[in-house]
Design a binder for this molecule. Sequence first.
Ligand code: SAM
Length: 281
Amino acid sequence: MNLKEALIPRLSTKEKPFAPKSFDSFGNIALIEIPKELSKKKKLVGETLIKLHPRFETVCSIESNHEGKYRVQKVKVIAGKKQKVAFYKESACSFFVPLGEVFFSPRLSGERLRISNLIKEGEVVGAWFSGVAPYPIVFAKHSKMKKAIAIELNPVAHKYAKKNVELNKSNKGCGKGEERIVLIKGDVKKQSKKFKNYFDRIAMPLPHTGYQFLKEAFYSIKKGGVVHFYEIIHKGDFGVVEKQIMDEAKKSKKKIKIIYKAKVRDFSPTKEQVVFDILVQ
Ligand SMILES: C[S@@+](CC[C@H](N)C(=O)[O-])C[C@H]1O[C@@H](n2cnc3c(N)ncnc32)[C@H](O)[C@@H]1O
């Protein structure tokens, strides 16, 4: 039985069509979007979800969009234990995630693994906009990279990134000998200046405003390197972003080729998150 089916008998005829079916799992915490028509039934939705999936100690509701420069979404505990720090596992790595204080999406796990599989032995990787460090930690576990330099502005995300690197240290070396993950708290605009022609690969998961940092990516990437660039587009409409990338490359006097483009996840009924892999020649 799914959540919608479990809720329907407990809702009025007017409420039934709004019963939610899907939610995101953050390990011990479930995060769910509840339509405004059910705003008085949040507790019922949360408790029903815990009954269906007892692995969840807590259910939180989404209370805002991702906002501000840290791309943070407000959340509220609606059922179970009063806690907001999730303990989440992905691709044999573990993470503490303070919901409501940092950006994190389990729906990007496939992307993290896809890039890990592309990383060649000895590569130096830029994990820009790194949040609580899911990209560099999955890269460390699943590739033979030399090291990743992770840059993040949000001090809370940086604090948890440190905790998460520590948590995964014994897990095929985020550390061990030479540090394989270097965490920098700072602004990519400023920090990237230290890394001219430095990276073999840069992941830049900052949809909406990431294009403002393409200049920095073209400055920091080596010849022959690849930039993984993310954006939100109207479904299927890759063209606008492709032009934006080409224009930025021209300004930076770089010859580039888009070697891969694909949908990463749905963003809304009309929009999707996509990735472009840009080879800098
Ligand atoms: C969409 S989130 C991605 C976080 C993480 N990579 C993940 O997938 O869970 C973008 C992140 O970039 C950070 N950020 C925004 N502007 C930044 C800047 N100028 N320099 C460094 N980090 C920045 C935000 O605080 C946020 O954590």
